[in-house]
Design a protein around this ligand. Structure first.
Ligand code: PMP
Ligand code: GLN
Length: 401
């Protein structure tokens, strides 16, 4: 069949989703959630909670609809949400932002990432340095932008990068250093040494730091240290976050970008033609969420830490080697002790063998580096305690092939 030309091809190829016959296949998240639904397996694959977020936030969205907040929001976001985001950055991190110029509301962190990369990249010679394994949209958007992806490996079991490898990956061709902290899919929280080195290298090579901190409130032994708070970082850093993880509202797709006015305005120039704006009634509700008392945010972190612990104990009992996450929804295991030689094949068989779904880490790496992560699997802990206990029991009773 004649192949439809277009940028979709390099986007799909970048994400590892271009099939040998030239068609594009669904993301690993779509595929594994469909597998869970089809088999009735417990879905510890795609990271979404199975409980609703805070009642006052849900109520505020209903109230906004009832009050008639149903037309387009302003391009940057409603002023009250812009202020609430700036207040949040000051309250938790001491970062001072001008809400009107240094904050932009987006359709989730996903749109923020896409708009940011498309806004900043200008030439096929530009390079974007990422930590590998990486969240799937990074490679897709870098490929769409036409730039080159330069991965720096994170190494089992603590998933910190080697500082020399980091230094050699970042050069004068580096346009963006894309950080994700806490990190998906590994659950790692980068050491202060790594963050300092990123800032030092960004200065030396005049690169922009883009940091995805959607798991900022899911750091188990806090506090979370945004890279923008490091000396010399704020002036060249765009910070991306989202309501999805903090408030268990992944379906609301409301995120934001903060940073220097010139950079935020550059992102807006692209963002306004991707979606213009997202759903209006969510914005006042997220403003309520961001202003919840400290106790709420502390409980988000402590509850997820307990769940991660429960999941880790279950996975160890089932015979996996388990990496200890510092934050996020995720725990990575090595399935080799259970006979796995290929995480992808293992995850496809897991619903039948154990009634549980996980995600192979090989879905988050470039094809040339699959061997490094060949038997590693990501499980999500963002589920009810009884679901995690059930999953642990099922995995412990897994049939060995
Ligand atoms: N970045 C990371 C690291 C994520 O894990 C996710 C989603 N789970 C996103 C971005 C996307 O966030 P959103 O749903 O707000 O678009
Ligand atoms: N961020 C979620 C995860 O890592 C998935 C989001 C998506 O499906 N794009 O599981």
């Amino acid at each position: 069949m004649h192949q439809l030309p277009g940028a979709w091809q390099r986007t799909a190829r970048g994400a590892g989703l271009l099939a040998p016959d030239g068609s594009s296949v669904p993301t690993i998240f779509a595929e594994m959630s469909a597998l869970a639904a089809a088999t009735g397996a417990l879905n510890l694959g795609q990271g979404f909670p199975d409980e609703d977020g805070p009642a006052p936030v849900l109520e505020a969205a209903r109230d906004a609809i009832a009050r008639g907040v149903n037309q387009y929001a302003p391009g940057r976001g409603f002023p009250d949400l812009l202020s609430a985001i700036a207040e949040h950055q000051r309250r938790f991190y001491g970062l001072e932002l001008d809400p009107q110029r240094e904050v932009l509301v987006t359709v989730g962190a996903t749109e923020a990432l896409a708009a940011t990369l498309l806004a900043l990249i200008d030439s096929p010679d530009d390079e974007v340095v990422v930590f590998e394994p990486y969240y799937d949209s990074y490679a897709a958007c870098v490929a769409l932008s036409g730039a080159k992806l330069v991965p720096v490996p994170l190494r089992w079991p603590d998933f910190q990068p080697d500082l020399e490898q980091l230094a050699s990956a970042i050069t004068d061709r580096t346009r963006v250093i894309l950080v994700n902290d806490p990190h998906n899919p590994t659950g790692t929280v980068f050491s202060r040494e790594v963050l300092d080195e990123v800032v030092r290298l960004a200065h030396r090579h005049d690169a922009i730091i883009v940091t995805d901190e959607v798991y900022e409130h899911l750091v188990f032994e806090g506090p979370h240290v945004p890279i923008a708070t490091l000396p010399g970082a704020a002036e060249r850093t765009l910070t991306i976050s989202s309501a999805g993880k903090t408030f268990s509202l992944t379906g609301w797709k409301t995120g934001w970008v903060t940073g220097p006015a010139e950079l935020v305005t550059a992102v807006l120039a692209v963002k306004q033609f991707l979606t213009y704006v997202g759903g209006s009634p969510f914005q006042p509700a997220i403003a309520v969420g961001l202003r919840l008392p400290d106790a709420f945010f502390a409980s988000v972190a402590s509850e997820m830490a307990e769940k991660a612990q429960l999941l880790g104990t279950g996975l160890r009992a089932a015979g996996f080697e388990v990496s200890t996450p510092g934050g996020s929804y995720f725990t990575v295991v090595d399935a080799a002790p259970l006979g796995a030689t290929d995480a992808d094949a293992f995850c496809r068989e897991l619903p039948a063998r154990a009634g549980v779904v996980g995600i192979p880490l090989t879905a988050f790496v470039s094809p040339a580096h699959r061997d490094r992560y060949a038997t590693l699997v990501r499980f999500a802990a963002c589920k009810r305690v009884d679901v995690l206990a059930d999953a642990a029991e099922r995995l412990a009773g897994m049939t060995v092939t």
